[in-house]
Design a protein around this ligand. Sequence first.
Ligand code: SAH
Ligand code: F3S
Length: 433
Amino acid sequence: MSKKLFIETLGCAMNVRDSEHMIAELNAHEGYELTDDAASADLILINTCSVREKPVHKLFSELGVFNKLKKADAKIGVCGCTASHLGKEIIKRAPYVNFVLGARNVSKIADVLHRDRAVEVEIDYDESQFAFKDFRSSPYKAYINISIGCDKQCTFCIVPKTRGDEISIPPDLIVAEVRKAVENGAKEVFLLGQNVNNYGRRFSDVNDKMNFTELLRRVSAVEGLERIRFTSPHPFHMDDEFLEEFARNPKICKSMHMPLQSGSTDILKAMKRGYTKEWFLNRARKLRELVPDVSISTDIIVAFPGESDADFEDTLDVMKEVRFEQVFSFKYSPRPLTEAESFTNVVDSELGSFRLSTLQAYQDTILDSISAGLLGKEYDVYFEELRSDGYVAGRSDNNIMIKVKGSEEWLGKIARVKITEVSRSVQYGEIIA
Ligand code: SAH
Ligand code: F3S
């Protein structure tokens, strides 16, 4: 009988891909098969996130639960960014944990498994040339890493300390991965990195210089590939050449993530984001001008140290002008190993919560007006998911989630859909061609 692996993945798309890599390695080298029942698993992995404080607290209570329910000889491994950040501290606090594997070390999974109490959290470790065994959680779209780590020093962010310096994966390896995904039936690829449009600054090996715009051209030449998405680009690196390629290239999906963080130039400076309110607005205007149907999503942090009412108003002001189709908003959470952790001009927690709910309520009014405008519109939808309620769900090129009545025959297909019913987050439609 094969050994069983249970894996819980928290956090971002990079973690989803890291989990896929670990699943594939464990299957190829150790014969593990996935299970969604932790109690019957021989190995329990938690792939953690450390971007905000809450999930870190939750980790230890969760570990306690897994320790109680696991089979007697089952192993528990903690992977990902909190593993990188806390290292052996995890085994001190939870001595039943068998190993700790950092976000930059996923290729070592089959090895640490056999070294009891192993702690592998080296952030100088280079995985950029590592050819992983293959596992895809969806046959319809493929996550593909184009870089690891991050070279920025945003003062609020722990990621450069958990994933290390940025290294670009050689273009040939990326294109080979894209080809393989397409051969296996994916019409869409999702290129991943902490800062994708900084691609090509540093390769670990001798490689032709290539920036992200050129990489997009190379990837889009893969025959049979229909859709390219990517996350996350950085507003600082959104030069004209990049925006023009985005607009012109028919394979690039017309949805852009533009992580604003704050609309106040002073706060952006304190965050070391490298752009101003005006630069961000200039890029968003240019993007909407080039691609009128584009959808723009963003990340916003409220109550960063020193944020005044006027700074917060600046953020609302940018939201009012850009009218983001999607906003991921967070209250600032001080993180160890970051510069901002030592900032003393903290914003009162209650005021922070008030600003967060104000911002979210404001965004809801924008979303209501955006979704009302979608009624009767037509989109090409790529169906990826069968829902239990008799619907199939997919996304338009510009990232609108659309559900239609239908069965699995639509999965993996692109069809023309007319929107017949709208709501804030999901739209409903009918297939018309
Ligand atoms: N480069 C990555 C950033 C990863 S962190 C990307 O663009 O996806 C994801 C988001 O979490 C950030 O954009 C930011 O909005 C939020 N975040 C990061 N650190 C935070 C902190 N200390 N407190 C609150 N939110 C934070
Ligand atoms: Fe974090 Fe800024 Fe990099 S948000 S991941 S340091 S671009």
